[in-house]
Design a protein around this ligand. Structure first.
Ligand code: DSN
Length: 420
């Protein structure tokens, strides 16, 4: 059963309550390995499901356009203070609705339409909002894109520097969505300084690792930091922008009134709770365990003949290139899902297949770490992945069902917040 219990909802709308119960049970019974997903704590769940959703509060604490902010202002101030303390930054804005609007606010604060900006190409592991052509950021700005080396799947800083010197971008984005390796913020900062660009670190995927000391921080290197709050950071779906004092005003103005109206106060409260959790010593253990799990899983997958982009991982994610397994990423991800292992199909660098039917599958360890799994279970997880991919190649549905039952049996021993 979902916790908190959905009593009123079940009375009012049985159909919807049933769907939510179903999703909670699915999350409980599935090895959730989408690298950008997690399980929030019971406390975060509670904070996001409160009467705060009823309140409008356009503006910022102390400068609102609506009355009745006696409790909303301190809630937002708490979230801001915790963000500043956890990440060691001068300024934090906790209002962006999610990662894409947060990044759009960065553009609005630092550039004008038509200006040159630079980011990692989406098929190489970057994010849509780092200037990819189908995104508004690629349509409204002149985006130049860096890649990774074909041989080892890592960022080629000589290429980054050459492009930056040639194109003189106003903004350089570091970070992305499918980068299995440590991001070298000092090296990016050196290049940004050389061409007088603002370095932005999009730490959405690794924010929890940074907060927990399991990935180097961009603070002191990137002038602006953008992050979602719901990935490794384990908060509600939302985002934050952080910076030094120099960019604080422009970022705030870009978020509101530039792009958004009233902040989602229930989300702000959830972010405050999550940041409170991130400041605790247990969070450091969790962050390091995510990385230890990913490394153990990478080793076990390599032993089973899998080809990992860049040959392994330094963080929470693994990008499998399934070309040598004779199956595309999409049918493999679909089969893994039927085997109780939730992933997403993903392009790999220099993919010869199409984005909607690419060669890769992306795996992450944040959610299963939150469930309590450690390195001890990673060979078993790799075994299931290997058996499921083999079963997909042979179209062996019963084998997938067997794996799903084994996964359910293991997970029964690992509690999930939000389900009892
Ligand atoms: N594309 C999302 C992910 O990494 O799953 C982030 O926007």
């Amino acid at each position: 059963m979902h916790v908190p219990a959905l009593n009123a909802l079940t009375q009012a709308d049985q159909e919807l309550a049933g769907l939510i119960q179903g999703e909670a049970e699915r999350q409980h019974d599935t090895l959730r390995m989408i690298a950008s997903e997690n399980y929030v704590s019971q406390a975060v769940l509670e904070a996001t499901g409160t009467v705060l959703t009823n309140k409008y509060s356009e503006g910022y604490p102390g400068k609102r356009y609506y009355e009745g902010q006696k409790f909303i202002d301190p809630i937002e101030e708490l979230a801001i203070a915790r963000a500043k303390s956890v990440f060691g930054v001068d300024h934090a804005n906790v209002q962006p609705y999610s990662g894409s609007p947060a990044n759009l606010a960065v553009y609005m604060a630092l550039a004008k339409p038509g200006d040159t900006i630079m980011g990692m190409a989406l098929p190489m592991g970057g994010h849509l909002t780092h200037g990819w052509s189908v995104s508004a950021t690629g349509a409204w700005f002149r985006a130049v894109q860096y890649t990774v080396r074909r041989e080892d799947g890592r960022i080629d800083f000589d290429e980054v520097r050459d492009i930056a010197l040639r194109e003189r971008p106003k903004i350089i984005f570091s970070g992305g969505t499918a980068i299995p390796r440590t991001i070298d913020f000092p090296r990016f900062a050196e290049i940004a300084r050389e061409v007088d660009a603002v370095l932005v670190a999009d730490i959405a995927h690794i924010a929890g690792l940074i907060a927990g000391g399991a990935h180097p921080s961009p603070v002191g290197h990137a002038e602006v930091i953008s992050t979602t709050t719901h990935k490794t950071l384990r908060g509600p779906r939302g985002a934050m922008l952080m910076s030094d004092e120099k960019h604080a005003k422009a970022l705030d103005k870009a978020v509101f009134p530039g792009l958004q109206g009233g902040p989602h106060n229930h989300t702000t409260a959830g972010i405050a709770v999550a940041l409170g959790e991130a400041a605790k010593p247990e969070f450091r253990t969790y962050a390091h365990q995510i990385v230890a799990n990913a490394r153990a899983l990478a080793d076990a997958l390599i032993e089973r003949g899998f080809d990992l982009v860049s040959g392994g991982t330094d963080n929470h994610l693994i990008l499998l290139d399934l070309t040598n397994k004779g199956i595309g990423g999409k049918p493999a991800a679909r089969a893994l899902d039927r085997a109780g292992i939730e992933t997403n199909y993903n392009t790999v660098p220099y993919d010869t297949r199409k984005p909607f039917d690419p060669s890769g599958v992306r795996l992450g360890t944040p959610a299963l770490t939150t469930r309590g799994l450690t390195e001890a279970q990673m060979p078993q997880v790799a075994d299931w992945i290997s058996r499921a991919v083999d079963a997909a190649v042979k179209d062996d549905e019963p084998a997938l069902n067997t794996i799903a039952a084994e996964v359910r049996e293991l997970l029964a021993g690992y509690p999930m917040p939000g389900w009892h």
